[in-house]
Design a protein around this ligand. Structure first.
Ligand code: AMP
Ligand code: MG
Length: 315
C-alpha cells in the first residue's frame, strides 16, 4: 500500500525526469539530487511556484534562493555576467560554485526568488539528474536545499521524505550526493571586490587563484546570505564540537582515529567527511542519546566548510 504521508519517490531515470519536468512546468515542487545536497526545485519565473518553495520549507521570505541554470548563456538572461564571473564559470561550472551577480532588470524571475535584492545567486550544477531537468524544462529552476528551514540538509531521497513529507509533489532518487555539502557562494562586487558568503567544496584559495586578488574583508551588511545565520543546520539536540570521546549520554560522530558511533571518515579524508556529514547528523538526530558530540575536524580544505556547518548546527 502506498504511504500517503510522503510524496512519491521515483528513480531519476528518463521516465522519472519526464514526470518531474511535467510537475515543474505545472508550477509544482520536485526534490532533485545534485552533487551538493538534494534541492527543492520550482520554476523560477513563477511567483506562485516560488511561493510554494517558501511555504514547504517554512523559509523566511527574506532568504533568497539560488537559481540553477544549464550554463553561462542562460545565466546571461537573468544576470550581468562580467569577465570575472566568466573566468570562474570556465574554471568551476558545472560544479558546486554559486555566483552572486547583479540581477538583470529584465530578468524573467519571480521577485521572491531574490527576496528584493538587486543581485541574483546562480549555479550551474553538474549532477546528471539536475542537468536533465534543466534541459527537459528549459526553465531556470530555483532550488534551495530540500529540508525544513534551519534543519539538517538532505543528502538522500529518504532524508527529503522525512523532512518534507507531502509538502513536495515528487522526489527523484539519485542515490547519495557526492560532495554532500552546499555550494560555495561567492559574491562578485561592482568595483572589483569579492567575498565568500558561504564556504563550500571550492575553497577560497582556488577562487583567489582564478580571480588574482585577495577577498574583501568580511564586513557584509545585513542578512545577505542567511546560510550565514549563526543558527542553521540544526539537528534538534545539543551538539558539542572538538570531542575526543563521548560522554555517557552522547552520540559521538567520529573522524579518523576518533571512532564514534558513526564516523565521518575512518581514513581521515575530508572530502569523504563532507559527503557523510549530513547523513551522520541525521543518524545522530534519530539516535536514542539526547546529545551529540563531534570529533575535531582539521580546519583546512573541505574542513573549513565542514566546521562552518558544524558551528551553526551547534549554535
Ligand atoms: P539553501 O537554502 O541551502 O539553498 O541556501 C541558499 C543560500 O544562498 C542562502 O544562504 C541564501 O541567502 C543565499 N543567496 C541566495 N541569493 C542570494 C543573493 N542574491 N545574495 C546573497 N546570497 C544569496
Ligand atoms: Mg539550506
Amino acid at each position: 500500500m502506498a504511504d500517503n504521508s510522503v510524496a512519491p519517490i521515483v528513480a531519476a531515470d528518463a521516465a522519472g525526469i519526464a514526470a518531474a519536468a511535467e510537475v515543474l512546468r505545472g508550477g509544482g515542487l520536485v526534490a532533485v539530487p545534485t552533487e551538493t545536497v538534494y534541492g527543492l526545485a520550482a520554476r523560477a519565473d513563477s511567483a506562485e511556484a516560488v511561493a510554494t518553495i517558501y511555504r514547504a520549507k517554512g523559509r523566511p521570505d527574506f532568504n533568497p534562493l539560488i537559481v540553477h541554470v544549464p550554463g553561462v548563456a542562460e545565466a546571461e538572461t537573468v544576470a550581468l555576467v562580467g569577465e570575472r564571473a566568466r573566468r570562474l564559470a570556465a574554471a568551476f561550472w558545472p560544479g558546486p560554485l554559486t555566483l552572486v551577480l547583479p540581477r538583470r532588470e529584465d530578468a524573467r524571475l519571480a521577485a521572491a526568488v531574490t527576496a528584493g535584492l538587486a543581485t541574483v545567486a546562480l549555479r550551474c550544477p553538474a549532477h546528471p539528474a539536475m542537468r536533465a531537468l534543466l534541459a527537459a524544462t528549459a526553465l531556470p529552476l530555483a532550488a534551495p536545499s530540500a529540508n525544513r528551514s534551519g534543519r539538517v540538509s538532505p543528502t538522500s531521497a529518504a532524508h527529503v521524505a522525512a523532512s518534507l513529507g507531502t509538502a513536495v509533489d515528487l522526489i527523484l532518487d539519485g542515490g547519495p550526493c557526492s560532495a554532500g555539502i552546499e555550494s560555495t557562494i561567492v559574491a562578485l562586487r561592482e568595483g572589483g571586490g569579492w567575498q565568500v558568503l558561504r564556504p563550500g567544496p571550492i575553497g577560497e584559495a582556488e577562487l583567489k587563484e582564478i580571480l588574482g586578488s585577495e577577498p574583501a574583508a568580511a564586513a557584509s551588511t545585513g542578512i545577505e546570505a542567511p546560510g550565514q545565520l549563526a543558527r542553521h543546520y540544526a539537528p534538534g539536540k545539543p551538539l558539542r564540537l572538538g570531542a575526543d570521546e563521548a560522554e555517557p549520554d552522547e552520540f559521538l560522530i567520529g573522524f579518523g582515529p576518533v571512532a564514534g558511533e558513526a564516523n565521518l571518515s575512518p581514513a581521515g579524508d575530508l572530502a569523504e567527511a563532507a559527503a557523510q556529514l549530513y547523513a551522520c547528523l541525521h543518524a545522530a538526530a534519530q539516535a536514542q542519546q539526547p546529545r551529540i558530540a563531534v570529533a575535531p575536524i582539521p580546519d583546512f580544505g573541505m574542513g573549513v566548510a565542514i566546521n562552518d556547518r558544524l558551528r551553526r548546527a551547534a549554535a
